[in-house]
Design a protein around this ligand. Structure first.
Ligand SMILES: *Cc1c(COP(=O)(O)O)cnc(C)c1O
Ligand code: SF4
Length: 348
């Protein structure tokens, strides 16, 4: 077991000096509804003054979570309507989500699946897992399988390896992707056994690392990422735009630079979904678009994520890239450069 235990109860957070005794009643009410987990690597980061705010906001429960706005909903992106069998979400014809567990190493206070994630009862039974794999095997239109959850890397290497091997045996599945927060929140869990489980395929296998602040990419986290990349596993990132955590050009620039330097290709920056009790984290869309536009002139092309909105209710994901092409009053094409200056584009 870890020398320092993972904190999971408000009482333990009081004892660790992370929350005030006077906040206990409100935070017990939060804990009754949403899981809490602060593993050792995150506790250590909370001692670092530069990380304290962005890390604390993401993982320490707050009484703000008890406030739900009218637009917020338990299933913000409408997964349930696209779930043909337990553990599968199939919204886009060529790719499916496989959710083998609802457990995570941390519980993010803004998680869009916060109504279902948690340590209890979240792992698919072997019967349900077989049925989910049969569903994938039975649809030859499925090109890519995305393991998510929960965090699929908290599964034992044996179980994870069995899933990877089962997908490897399906001819039509050509890409396997896993979305995880483990390399940054519990880097010591990226072991040789876990990597061996991921290598039980010759298919293209990508790992998407969820990270929201440059301070998360500690030396240990970067080493965990390096173990994956050095094993031949390409890494991409997912981040969520969060008020107080990364809602400035400087914070986003530092995050994207830190990701790229750790050999993680920035992939998506997500607009926060409308999960219950998350309004204190929400950044308006126009502000998000202005932040992303401001990154354009500052960062290497390799370091840019696509800003994404998952349309509430289940209509799917769209890119929120601000258009740099417009038409003026006389019908000419006008393009805007990274400094905001307009130019006529007339190729003929
Ligand atoms: C987000 C999502 C995907 C993956 O989308 P990409 O744009 O390929 O990253 C697949 N299925 C569902 C249901 C999703 O919500
Ligand atoms: S690790 Fe992912 S699934 Fe788990 S709580 Fe955080 S955002 Fe949600």
């Amino acid at each position: 077991m870890d020398a320092v235990p993972t904190l999971t109860a408000p009482r333990q957070l009081v004892a660790a000096g992370l929350i005030a005794e006077s906040d206990l009643p409100a935070l017990e009410a939060v804990a009754a509804r949403y899981a809490i987990a602060i593993p050792p690597a995150i506790r250590e980061l909370l001692d670092d003054s530069a990380a304290r705010v962005p890390i604390g906001l993401q993982f320490i429960p707050s009484a703000n979570e008890l406030k739900t706005t009218p637009a917020e909903r338990a299933d913000p992106i409408g997964d349930a309507a696209h779930s043909p069998v337990r553990g599968i979400v199939h919204r886009y014809p060529d790719r499916v989500l496989l959710l083998p567990t609802h457990a995570c190493a941390v519980y993010c206070r803004f998680c869009f699946r916060r109504e279902v994630v948690g340590p209890e009862g979240g792992t698919l039974s072997s019967t349900d897992l077989s049925a989910a794999l049969d569903y994938i095997a039975g649809d030859t239109g499925i090109y890519e399988v995305i393991l998510t959850g929960g965090d699929p890397l908290v599964l034992s290497p044996r179980r994870l390896g069995e899933i990877v091997a089962a997908l490897d045996a399906m001819n039509h599945v050509q890409v396997i992707r896993l979305h995880t927060r483990l390399p940054v929140v519990a880097p010591e869990r990226i072991t040789a056994d876990l990597i061996a489980a991921l290598k039980r395929t010759t298919k293209a296998l990508f790992v998407g690392v969820h990270s929201n602040h440059a301070s998360e990419l500690t030396e240990a986290a970067r080493a965990a990422c390096a173990r994956l990349v050095d094993a031949g596993i390409p890494l991409i990132s997912q981040s969520v735009l969060l008020r107080g955590v990364n809602d400035s050009v400087e914070a986003l620039e530092a995050l994207m630079r830190a990701l790229l330097a750790a050999r993680i290709k920035p992939y998506y920056l997500h607009q926060l979904d409308l999960a219950p009790g998350t309004s204190h984290f929400r950044v308006p869309l126009d502000e998000g678009q202005a932040l992303v536009a401001a990154l354009r002139g500052r960062l290497s092309g390799l370091a840019h994520p696509t800003y994404m909105l998952d349309i509430p209710g289940g209509a799917g994901k769209i890119a929120l890239t601000p258009s740099s092409v417009a038409t003026d009053a006389t019908g000419r094409t006008v393009v805007t450069d990274p400094t905001g200056t307009a130019h006529i584009y007339a190729p003929e």
